[in-house]
Design a binder for this molecule. Sequence first.
Ligand code: ZN
Length: 268
Amino acid sequence: MGKDEKTQLLSPEEGAAVSVSNQEGSSPFLIVCEHASRTIPAGLGGLGLDAGAAESHIAWDPGALAVATELSHLLDAPLVAARFSRLAYDCNRPPESPGAMPEKSEIYDIPGNRALSPEDRARRVESLYEPFRNAVTDTITARMLQGNPPVLVTIHSFTPVYFGKKRDVELGILHDEDSTLADAMLANADKTTMLARRNEPYGAADGVTHTLKLHGLANGLLNVMIEVRNDLLPDEPAQKKVATELADMLRAALASLETTPVTENTNA
Ligand SMILES: [Zn+2]
């Protein structure tokens, strides 16, 4: 048995760990959706979860893929989306993070993530995280080589009630060290009916900006992480409405920045 066969978690029938669509889209934007799917690889035996937990927000971001897909159409932007649950591997966490393969999420235990061996962890990293990370890297690299550094936008949804507490914020605009695009989006908050707030319901200190740091900050790209409260995304019309508002905000934000240089690399 070759190395690949031993380390591969996904069967050929399950397909790739990541989906890339509209790769040749004409837009400056690149849409990324790390928590798009609640599918758990068959080889992980459902992680020992009951149906309630496996379908809940801990397994995925309900509605996020629908919004990201619509946004990809509206903006004509490439979309990179994970095809498996964040409970198998959270693609918005680095391999060394305890949150990459969490033993507990909110009020739920994840039995199948308890006491993983280094080999188990490496297999998930190689099978789920690395293909996702590489797809984002390859998309960015291709555009940078064409002289078109992309604007990185990650799409998430969050639960309206967390640890029993209700959240008022409807739209979170999150950033790490570079707040340029987030600032410009918040300056265009009149283009959404949602209650928009900066770095809510959580922010960089909670470890949620891995993708922004790895792919955005490291490449000097404009970047933002968008969080929509998932009770605003119950069906397709609602998801399309949210995506339309986000597209308007993103276009206006980028237009407001285009008068000033935005991607100077001070390391050059
Ligand atoms: Zn998320």
